[in-house]
Design a protein around this ligand. Sequence first.
Ligand code: G3H
Ligand code: 13P
Ligand code: ZN
Length: 320
Amino acid sequence: MPLVTSTEMFKKAYDGGYAIGAFNVNNMEIVQGITEACQEEKAPVILQVSKGARAYANHNYLVKLVEAAVICCPDIPIVLHLDHGPDFDTCKACIDGGFTSVMIDGSSLSFEDNIEVTRKVVEYAHAHGVVVEGELGTLAGIEDEVSHAVGSYTRPEEVEEFVSKTGVDSLAIAIGTSHGAYKFKPEQCTVNEKGLLVPPPLRFDILKEVSRRLPGFPIVLHGSSSVPQDYVKMVNDNGGKMPNAIGVPEEQLREAAKLSVCKINIDSDLRLAMTGTIRKFFNEHPDKFDPREYLKPARANIKELVRHKLVDVLGCAGKA
Ligand code: G3H
Ligand code: 13P
Ligand code: ZN
């Protein structure tokens, strides 16, 4: 089937109490690892491309890689989405260039300016059959192109006005997740009986109040990598240095997926799987230099990690 928008996917996810995985893609192996898992698990999927990904790989290469995935995975619906669109022109370039969904991230602007730019993107997108994600509230954490030193939770009292004035199709909110592999400082965490750091819980009270005010409306969570400690250890055991990398507990994401959260963004976990696997490969095979030899196990581990997310966290396996 051709690329689709997320409209139907989100409706089914909302009613079915699960979420769609939105995974960032930057190269062929990442596209293949994600979509092979989705095809085997019969899971709908959102492949998302950031401003940084477009700068790294080139818009045309990414679109063609995703179109290749559509051919290779005929049984599942795939959305091609712009992640954190920084301005109208970038959104327009993606709408004109084959994307079926865009995010306009006006979360660092004033409420009024965020409404203005988001409404402008929605008008253009809807006229071209493309859907739009907006954002209210800012996430803490630092990610190459997405940088907010301090986050601020979404204010539920603003969401109805934002959605009605902009016409957005989905809304990203800030309830305590953040971008990157260092989501929480150790001093924010408690220590459990196994001596592991436990981060502060997500603000489900905010999520529930937003949903009460926007019944049936799809909510998006960014910054939702769980930073698997096995992969952090693999990185650190093989020459890396990632002390105190901590993510969002998967059980909390599963709970959010049962509520109004229909899209969960995961990028850092895939980066960790890829980097840990490649570091280990080189440590064990210092004589090897064929990229296919180290990218193959990296792609396989991305695939298994995505499968785990689909089945155990998002609940969207079998929903294609
Ligand atoms: O939220 C941002 C995504 O993880 C994309 O990151 O800007 O480094 O491509 P990037
Ligand atoms: P992570 O850094 O937690 O993977 O978040 C990714 C994201 O929100 C992409 O928009
Ligand atoms: Zn994000």
